[in-house]
Design a protein around this ligand. Structure first.
Ligand SMILES: C[S@@+](CC[C@H](N)C(=O)[O-])C[C@H]1O[C@@H](n2cnc3c(N)ncnc32)[C@H](O)[C@@H]1O
Length: 235
């Protein structure tokens, strides 16, 4: 299979997965992380701050909500999945009425925006899963204004050592169980747990941002390296 067809097939797989999980995504997320990822998500939002923020892979809208709470004037939520956007829309209905949030169905590899549109760009738990994620970083760079910040919160490759081994055990045993119990979808959560273990590290993420032109990149580990907030700035 050609690379283009392979990437399209894996994106189709992700679209089906998030379409299926949309209504249960928040619940399983909260259970499997014991609510901890919210802290790292808020740290990413604080790094972005005021102005107009693009949230790529916005999903059910939690990063967008954190950005608004952290002082963003307006957030544009972009996602490929209509069911995920529908959940975000319900959650942020009041903010939409107030004109503080907008929803766009679109793809992070081909952003439907002009160059230098946004003050900041954020993402939560998106790039780990994307085939050829680094190819999207040029798009993020393009739509950012000079001086704009990027921040991503994600669960990346497990840390080395004993703690990492225990975490891998948790991923391989408990996460599929949470998926079956709370979303009725064990295979989906088995896939998500496996995707964490074959993902790049926080430091590799930061290097890929640099290769796309970002400066002042930083990978900050949370919870012993389970979660990372990776940041950078457009010069
Ligand atoms: C794990 S959810 C993250 C939701 C949210 N950002 C959060 O903080 O919880 C990943 C989201 O990325 C979206 N996504 C996957 N591939 C995408 C792409 N190529 N372009 C835009 N969104 C994409 C999925 O539809 C899904 O809603």
């Amino acid at each position: 299979m050609s690379t283009t067809r392979r990437l399209a097939a894996s994106q189709q797989f992700l679209d089906d997965l998030y379409g299926r999980l949309a209504r249960r995504y928040d619940l399983v997320n909260a259970v499997q992380s014991a609510g901890l990822v919210g802290f790292a998500r808020r740290a990413a939002a604080r790094h972005l701050g005021a102005g107009v923020v693009l949230d790529v892979g916005a999903g059910s809208g939690d990063l967008a909500a954190a950005c608004l709470a952290a002082g963003a004037d307006r957030v544009v939520c972009l996602d490929r999945s209509p069911p995920m956007l529908a959940v975000a829309r319900e959650k942020l209905a009041g903010e939409e009425r107030a004109g503080r949030v907008a929803f766009v169905r679109g793809d992070v590899f081909r952003l439907p925006f002009d160059d230098e549109t946004f003050d900041h760009v954020g993402s939560g738990f998106v790039f780990r899963n994307l085939p050829a994620a680094e190819e999207a970083f040029g798009e993020l760079f393009r739509v950012l204004k000079p001086g704009g910040n990027f921040a991503s919160v994600d669960v990346l490759a497990p840390p080395p050592g004993l703690f990492g081994a225990a975490y891998r055990l948790y991923l391989n045993t408990m996460v599929p169980v949470w998926g079956r119990l709370f979303a009725g979808d064990r295979p989906a959560y088995k896939y998500l747990a496996a995707s964490i273990q074959r993902c790049f590290t926080g430091e590799e993420f930061a290097l890929r941002l640099e290769a796309a032109g970002f400066e002042a990149t930083r990978a900050q580990p949370w919870f012993g390296g389970i979660c990372y907030v990776v940041t950078g700035r457009k010069p």
